[in-house]
Design a protein around this ligand. Sequence first.
Ligand code: SF4
Ligand code: SF4
Length: 356
Amino acid sequence: MDALVTPSLEPLIEALRSVGYTVVGPTVKDGAVRMAEIWSAEELPAGVGDAQEPGGYRLTERDDDMVFGFAAGPDSAKRYTQPPRQTLFRMRDQEIEEVEPEAPRVALLGVRACDLAAIAVQDRVFLGRHPDSAYRRRREALFLVAVNCAVPGGTCFCASMGTGPKATAGFDLAITELAAPHRFLIEPGSERGAQILTAIPHRAAEEDDLAAAQEVSRTAATRMGRQVDTTGIQDWLPAAHDHPRWTDVASRCLSCTNCTMACPTCFCSTVEDITDLSGDVAERSERWDSCFTLDFTELGGTPVRGSALARYRQWLTHKFATWYDQFGVSGCVGCGRCITWCPTGIDVTEELSCIR
Ligand code: SF4
Ligand code: SF4
């Protein structure tokens, strides 16, 4: 099936819901664009923009009704591929109860190209040498509706990482929002995506629609808020182990873990046991953890990385260099979230250019 044009996303949302998907899309919540369940296109953030900078995020008003006129917000698909907390099993009266991992049928609407790349990175982690069956079930239950970015944020650098701004793979459907007249060009990326499109009133995309969509992605690529030169990074970053910049960045890093929580590819977790007050029921859960916590690498009661310097150096070096050795790709997709959501405004692109 070829690309089509539709004036509204309402039929798409209805079609997804009619085949049993919970539709999760961008909404304005808590002063940010957050991903949450939506029932109608009316809930999309029409006329909302954002301003992002190191350590700063605020919503802005647009002078049009674009519904995807903002950059990636704090939420990524990670919340749905790897939930922040999941119960592994429960013990009641000495008996173990297996807990079936949840794998809800969710259609994520508005996934950016960088986040598709992040999902592909997570696939390598969780479906590679040691496949995680719960992850596989959640991935198979996800329907991905990508949106080609028109407005990169002030901290975005996907063009430097080769992951955006146009979605090229890994989606069921890809939308480009076009103006004057306001319309949506939708391309299928899978059989099930094409199947959903048959239920949507539309017209075939014409030459000027396709040219306008190309122009959206071309312009977005020239408007990245940040850039980084990654040439040879696998060699020079690990070799910079004793660079004085690590001391400088460590003096600003709070080890708060925000960067790793917001990062769509960071996948570290820990396992913890909790008992109820009676002591009759115990639960073992897995929850997100971070290489910035002091006890993450504890060995024999002593943290392996006891200083902020060692923890930050490990994170940045792993993300941009040694991740290649483990998974064959970069661990960074250039979404900029770690820059925006760092409370002290630490900017990975600035740190890398200082260390280079
Ligand atoms: S390291 Fe930062 S910019 Fe790169 S993927 Fe993670 S959050 Fe995004
Ligand atoms: S780099 Fe920023 S967000 Fe990450 S742990 Fe340090 S202070 Fe927190």
